[in-house]
Design a protein around this ligand. Structure first.
Ligand SMILES: Nc1nc2c(c(=O)[nH]1)N[C@H]1C(S)=C(S)[C@@H](COP(=O)(O)O)O[C@H]1N2
Ligand SMILES: [Mo]
Length: 555
């Protein structure tokens, strides 16, 4: 359970909980014009020619021999499952979004270049402003689990429920394609576009078009809207979600480019959320306006009559969904560790055989290096680090100990003598921001060779001079196999210069197939151990222990 003492309140429930949406004026203008254009056309058409005629489509005629009749159980069931999972995804997605409440179309995430932000704050440029400080509060009424800095818990919900969402989708599409039900959704003639426009002209002029009985078929615009939601928006949400995985994108940078880049993918992922919310509002409104009890009987009971039972059960179903948000809220705050472990049990095996096997391979150019790289975390406050820093780390010695044959203390010069590697890579923070930088340092592989781990050593722990959110020492761990992969280095250079203090001087870890929080900055010492379970609270790092982050963040 998360106790709301003073330290936790300061993190989760800050004084400044204002919420603002700001959209870049040029974007707002384009969005408004795009949204208004069809309405203006529809108004002009109605004023000049009157409302267009809508021919009843064959499929929507009651009693025709061909075409789907009614909604079998598998459609009604998957409709409900979809409602359940989609809302959990949207609610947890909002908590994730607020951890970095800005969306960009460029992968540098340069402050001031966002096209939308969900915070009243501009990034101050005259002082250090970490990405962590930038996270915003969101009400638990709209988000799971809500509050500030709950991205770890929110990701657990997101990654558990995404299984349900994807399985429901696969089940539904298989059902569609193996029965006649696909005929309700899949357009078979280009004429549907004309019919859809004519239908839109009715709605835009605040008239309801002649309504087919949805038991047998939909109006053209309705059909296109359902088709787009199922066959465009849902797959695009899944594909853009995957385009945010550091393991995938740092192995196949071209995959993110399919969506215009890693941050465009994040923006698209958000726009799909907006699309689902917009769809839900219009869908529910029209279901209510076009014969609520009959429509509810269709989708709840699979009957076509006017009795109230479908409506009553449907509203009870919606109550169950709302209850699930309340339960999720309590699980988040009272049993976050169980939730974290459930997510681990459900996703880690799948990650180990897929994403975790991808070896980073990136070839960014020097001119792609980000002009400003978001900093994160708390700078060390310890006197010994400050003294080392004052002297440019001349007296710094990295201590490497634990289950090794050859424990060592290595100065920066000694580290350089062991070998070097350099690469330009994209950094992915769990919060959502990215940045491209060049890193230079000693491959972990070389250090491992040098200290000769004992056979029992499986995990490497990195301890920082700096504090974590709740403890005096930030630490994290790596499985030895992962540290042996390419692009895993102890970096002492960034963009060709000695590591700046804010980015982890004198030494930090780079692990390019994982998220930023694994890359401990201001490293004081390294320890080889048998298992992460013997350290801290046993979850594998400060963030894993106290913020319920994943042990294996390939996504
Ligand atoms: N010691 C320490 N290291 C840390 C952190 C921290 O809080 N303390 N934050 C991590 C996180 S969440 C990220 S995204 C990266 C950020 O590195 P940067 O500041 O160079 O951008 O550092 C990681 N290393
Ligand atoms: Mo991060």
């Amino acid at each position: 359970m998360i106790h709301f003492d003073e330290a936790h309140r300061a993190v989760y429930y800050p004084k400044d909980r204002r919420f603002r949406v700001w959209i870049r004026p040029s974007f707002l203008l384009v969005l408004l014009i795009l949204a208004l254009c069809p309405f203006i056309l529809a108004w002009v058409q109605n004023a000049s020619f009157g409302l267009p005629h809508i021919s009843p489509s064959a499929a929507s005629q009651e009693g025709t021999a061909s075409g789907p009749h009614g909604f079998p159980f598998w459609i009604r069931g998957s409709h409900f499952a979809n409602l359940f999972f989609l809302f959990m995804l949207m609610r947890s997605g909002l908590s994730i979004l607020m951890e970095h409440p800005r969306l960009y179309l460029n992968d540098d995430c340069t402050p001031g270049t966002e096209w939308i932000r969900f915070t009243p704050l501009r990034v101050p440029l005259d002082r250090v402003w970490t990405a962590k400080q930038d996270g915003r509060y969101i009400s638990p009424l709209v988000a799971t689990p809500g509050y500030t800095h709950t991205v770890g818990i929110a990701r657990s919900w997101h990654f558990i429920t995404v299984y349900g969402f994807v399985l429901t989708g696969v089940f539904f599409v298989i059902g569609l394609l193996t029965t006649e039900q696909w005929r309700r959704l899949v357009p078979t003639s280009p004429d549907i576009l004309v019919q859809a426009w004519n239908t839109f002209v009715h709605y835009a002029n605040f008239r309801l078009p002649p309504e087919p009985n949805g038991f047998y078929g939909y109006n053209a615009l309705q059909q296109l809207a359902y088709f787009a939601t199922i066959f465009i928006m849902a797959p695009l949400s899944i594909l853009t979600g995957m385009a945010m995985s550091p393991a995938l994108v740092n192995r196949f940078p071209v995959y993110a480019r399919l969506f215009g880049g890693r941050q465009s993918a994040r923006s698209l992922h958000f726009l799909m959320l907006v699309g689902f919310v917009g769809f839900t509002i219009v869908h529910v409104t029209l279901v209510a306006m076009t014969g609520f009890s009959r429509n509810m009987n269709h989708i709840v009971l699979g009957t076509d009559n006017l009795r109230p039972l479908g409506m009553i059960l449907g509203l009870a179903g919606i109550a169950v969904v709302i209850l699930s948000w309340i339960v999720a809220h309590y699980v988040s705050w009272f049993f976050p560790r169980y939730l974290q472990h459930a997510q681990k049990a459900m996703t880690q095996p799948a990650k180990l055989v897929t994403l975790d096997r991808l070896l980073p391979s990136q070839h960014y150019r020097k001119d792609q290096i980000s002009p400003r790289f978001w900093p994160n975390g708390k700078m060390p406050v310890r006197e010994d680090w400050k003294q080392l820093a004052a002297d440019d780390f001349k007296d710094y010695k990295l201590k490497v100990a634990g289950l090794v044959e050859n424990p060592v203390e290595l100065s920066l010069t000694a580290l350089r003598a062991l070998g070097g590697d350099e690469f330009i890579t994209m950094h992915h923070c769990i919060q959502g921001w990215t940045g491209i930088a060049q890193w230079g340092g000693l491959p972990m592989e070389k250090l491992i060779e040098h200290v000769r781990p004992k056979p029992s050593a499986k995990v490497i722990a990195f301890y920082s001079y700096g504090p974590s959110l709740f403890t005096p020492t930030y630490y994290d761990t790596q499985q030895m196999e992962n540290a042996l992969k390419p692009e895993c280095i102890l970096a002492f250079e960034m963009n060709g210069e000695p590591l700046p203090a804010i980015h982890g001087a004198p030494l930090r870890l780079r692990v390019e197939n994982q998220l930023g929080y694994k890359m401990v900055k201001w490293i004081e010492r390294i320890e080889f151990v048998e298992s992460e379970k013997q350290l801290g609270k046993g979850e594998g790092g400060s963030n894993e222990d106290d913020e319920y982050f994943d042990l294996l963040p390939n996504i």
